[in-house]
Design a protein. Sequence first.
Length: 106
Amino acid sequence: MRTKDTTRLCGDQSAEAVRQRLDRWLWFARWIKTRTHAAHLIEQGYVRVDGKRAEQAAKQVGPGAVLTIAFEHRIVVVEILGCAERRGPYSEASKLYRVIEDSASR
């Protein structure tokens, strides 16, 4: 049985067509366990978009944006490659981003 690939990578679609709320993207990409937790991290200033602090969970992000996520003992910098329509398995989620830097790997 084939599963439907719900990732929308930046191909022939315009950048506006694949924009998504930041809290949803973090949850769909499996960086955060719950969408509520993602919203709290954003509102507390632990997430930056293109070097600027994201102040609202509803901020729209899309392909090409660079996120800096500060966890308790780790800082991760990722580039968004695409958006998803649902929260799928890790194999789908890993196609949504490219890790630029990860302080845990030092």
